[in-house]
Write a protein that binds this ligand. Structure first.
Ligand SMILES: *Cc1c(COP(=O)(O)O)cnc(C)c1O
Length: 380
C-alpha cells in the first residue's frame, strides 16, 4: 500500500482498466454463472453492509433469508425445510456431509473408514470434503447415459457408509441421477441421502419433462441449490436445506459476543447483500419468470445440439438440461477448444468421456448460438 491515498478519478481509471481485462459473459459458454438480474443487483447494493453472521443486528435481512428458505423449500417439495443461505454449492456440500458425520459420531461411530458414496460425476468439491472432514469418498460408476448406476451405489454401501449423494444436474453433462431409486435405497438401508442440485435446482422444476428429485421423495434428507447459478442472484448465494431440524443443530457452534446464541454456517461474517438479492429476484420473477428463463435456455441448447449434429458432431447425451456436450475423438477436442478460444469463445472440456462442454446460460441469445455454430463448423 502507498503511504498516501490516490484520487477517486485515478482509482476509477484503474478499475476501468482492470474491468477491460475481464471477459464479458457474451461469449462465455463454460460458466454456470451469469449476469445477476437487475433486481438482484439493486437489492445487493442496498444491503451491502448487512452481515448475516450477526443477524440480530439485521432482523430485516434475516426475515428475507427465512423467506428465501421457505420459497426454495416449497420449490423443492417441502416448505418446512430447515437451512440457511451459504456461499455456494461447495459450502452446502461440505455442510451436508458435516451434519451427517457429526450425527453419526454422536451416535458413537468412529471416524475410521467412515465413507460417503458419490457418483463419478460428482463436483470436485467432494475432494475438498474428503480432505476437510477426513472421510472416504467412494465413487460409484455410471450407466451409459452418464447417470449413477444404482447397483454400483448399492455394492459400495457398507456399515461405515454415512451417506449417499445423487446429483440433480451434473456439472459436466447436465444429467440427472435416478434420485427416486437412490431414495428407495436410502430408506431401505436407513442412510442419509443428499441431493446436489446446485445447478439443477433452478432448472429441473421448470423442464417440460417431469423428474422426481426433491423432498417429495421420502428418502431425500438434504438438498443443495445455488441462487448464484440459474437463480439469477448475485455471488455468493448458495442454499442448503435439510428435511429435519436436528441436522442443522449438528452444525451449530455457540457464538459469544454476538447478538445470536449460535451459528450453523461455515463462514462467520456472511453476505446479507446476496440474501437480499436472492429474495428480491425470486419475488420479482416468480415461478413464471424462472420458467421463461429455463425455457429459453433449453430452446437454445437444442438449437446448438441440432446445429452441431448437422455439421457432423453428435452430442455425448441428448441434452437433459441447459448443458450441451459435443463428442470429438480424444485427440481432437483440445485442438477444437483452443481454436475456438482464438475466436474469443470460452468452452470447457469434460473429464470422462472427453467432450466439448457448453453451458447455455441466460446471457446467451440465439444470435450467439448461430455465431458459435459458424465458428465451430469453420474450426472442424
Ligand atoms: C457448481 C456446482 C457445485 C459447486 O458450487 P459453487 O457455488 O461453485 O461452490 C457443486 N455441485 C454441483 C453439481 C455444481 O454444479
Amino acid at each position: 500500500m502507498e503511504e498516501r491515498g490516490m484520487s477517486r478519478e485515478m482509482i476509477e481509471a484503474l478499475l476501468q482498466e482492470k474491468k477491460l481485462k475481464d471477459l464479458s459473459y457474451e461469449r462465455i459458454l463454460s460458466s454456470m454463472c451469469t449476469y445477476p438480474h437487475e433486481m438482484a443487483a439493486y437489492a445487493h447494493k442496498m444491503f451491502l453492509e448487512s452481515n448475516l453472521g450477526d443477524s440480530g443486528l439485521f432482523p430485516g435481512t434475516k426475515e428475507m433469508e427465512d423467506e428465501v428458505i421457505r420459497m426454495l423449500g416449497a420449490l423443492l417439495g417441502n416448505e418446512n425445510a430447515f437451512g440457511y443461505l451459504s456461499t455456494g454449492g461447495t459450502e452446502s456440500n461440505i455442510q451436508a456431509v458435516r451434519a451427517i458425520r457429526n450425527r453419526k459420531r454422536k451416535e458413537g461411530m468412529s471416524n475410521m473408514n467412515m465413507n460417503i458414496i458419490v457418483p463419478e460425476t460428482a463436483h470436485f468439491s467432494f475432494d475438498k470434503i474428503a480432505d476437510l472432514l477426513s472421510i472416504n469418498v467412494q465413487k460409484a460408476s455410471l450407466d451409459e447415459e452418464l447417470r449413477v448406476d444404482v447397483n454400483s451405489v448399492e455394492s459400495l454401501i457398507n456399515d461405515k457408509t454415512i451417506g449417499i449423494v445423487g446429483i440433480a444436474g451434473t456439472t459436466e453433462f447436465g444429467q440427472i441421477d435416478p434420485i427416486k431409486e437412490l431414495s428407495e435405497i436410502a430408506m431401505d438401508k436407513d442412510i442419509f441421502l443428499f441431493v446436489d442440485a446446485a445447478f439443477g435446482g433452478f432448472v429441473i422444476p421448470f423442464l417440460d419433462e417431469n423428474y422426481e428429485f426433491d423432498f417429495s421423495l421420502d428418502g431425500v434428507s438434504a438438498i443443495s441449490i445455488d441462487p448464484h447459478k440459474m437463480g439469477m442472484s448475485t455471488i455468493p448465494a448458495g442454499c442448503i436445506l435439510f428435511r429435519e431440524e436436528f441436522y442443522l443443530d449438528e452444525l451449530v457452534v455457540s457464538t459469544p459476543y454476538l447478538t445470536t446464541k449460535g451459528q450453523c454456517s461455515l463462514t462467520g461474517t456472511r453476505s446479507g447483500a446476496s440474501a437480499a438479492a436472492t429474495y428480491a429476484v425470486l419475488k420479482y420473477l416468480g415461478k413464471e419468470g424462472l420458467k421463461t428463463i429455463v425455457d429459453e435456455c433449453m430452446r437454445l441448447t437444442r438449437l446448438l445440439v441440432d446445429g452441431a449434429k448437422r455439421i457432423g458432431i453428435p452430442p455425448v447425451i441428448e441434452p437433459v438440461m441447459n448443458v450441451a456436450t459435443l463428442s470429438f475423438p480424444e485427440s481432437e477436442v483440445g485442438r477444437v477448444v483452443n481454436a475456438l478460444e482464438e475466436r474469443r469463445w470460452r468452452v470447457s472440456i469434460t473429464r470422462t468421456p472427453k467432450a466439448l462442454r457448453a453451458v447455455i446460460m441466460p446471457h446467451t441469445d440465439e444470435e450467439t448460438i448461430k455465431l458459435f455454430l459458424d465458428d465451430l463448423e469453420d474450426v472442424v
